[in-house]
Design a protein around this ligand. Sequence first.
Ligand SMILES: C[S@@+](CC[C@H](N)C(=O)[O-])C[C@H]1O[C@@H](n2cnc3c(N)ncnc32)[C@H](O)[C@@H]1O
Length: 325
Amino acid sequence: VKFSPSTADVSILRKGAENVKLLRTHVRGRYAPVQFSSMFDQLEEYDTRLHEQTGRRLRQAQVFEIGYGARPWRLIALVSMGIDASGVDVEVPLLSGGWREVLEAFRRNGSQRALKSLVRHMLVDKRERSVLAQELQQRGCDLRIEASRFLVSDATSLDLPDDQFDLIFSEDVFEHIATPSLEALVPRMAKWLKPDGLALISPNVFTGILGGHLSEWSYPSVLDPTVKRKSAPWEHLRARRFPPNTFLNELGRSQYRELLAQEFAIVEEVVLLPDLGREYLTGDVARDLSGYPEEELFSNKVLFVLRPNKGKSLSLARSAFPELR
Ligand SMILES: C[S@@+](CC[C@H](N)C(=O)[O-])C[C@H]1O[C@@H](n2cnc3c(N)ncnc32)[C@H](O)[C@@H]1O
């Protein structure tokens, strides 16, 4: 099975329509209760995995997030909890919403993206931020936003000191980076990590039912039988009539595995939404997708738990040459 990269070369009308759909979701969400419990569960999972693999806890660790996003709640929460965390994103986030920041967002992110962030900032971010502040208070912490911890740069060409971080994590980012750039990023990540560090990388795998990044097939709308759709299940692997409004490298799970294994030992691959969409894999859909292994079709979000190979070579060298200790 071949996966060819999409160009995100989408007409302005189509992009506009997708953006209106997203805006509608945000406006609807404005009146729905905001919850951060799953995010805090995820941070606890990071802590547990870090402890299992390195013996250290998050509060003792230097942590780095790749692609913190326009609503960087994980990074804000970590910093507010007193954890030495920072991150990078290629786009300017609206942290204060001040005019200088907004101008910088327009200059660097482009007018379409900046406008989208500004609308979202005004409609939902403030409310979400106050809910996050309350949830942090319940954990005995004050919300802290330290702009210096939010680097703005392309991670794939970022220069950071070697052996700096105990944990690098990334959620829903790698699928948006072109494969040659990922090939540059993966060795950089391995270099930035301490030899006994840990990386938790969780892309949205293209071959899963969510992989096409169409709003009609987002999570949890896949689970909703009442949703009316123009596109078909796994449209992005079949007729491809509706391109996404974002760049996708179209990598499948086995391709991520191959790429990451060049620099890391893969300790575990955790499928976060197993079997998602199985009820759609019947008739014509099943026939069209018969060339794809089930592992690909039912992967969606996969957490790759990674230890840098340099740690392994160092410990092998240490066992061969004890004077290295
Ligand atoms: C789908 S968002 C995910 C954001 C966040 N991780 C989350 O889970 O909400 C993808 C993010 O990756 C960022 N990104 C894409 N390519 C990048 C790169 N080469 N370097 C840094 N950030 C990048 C985008 O700007 C965007 O904020």
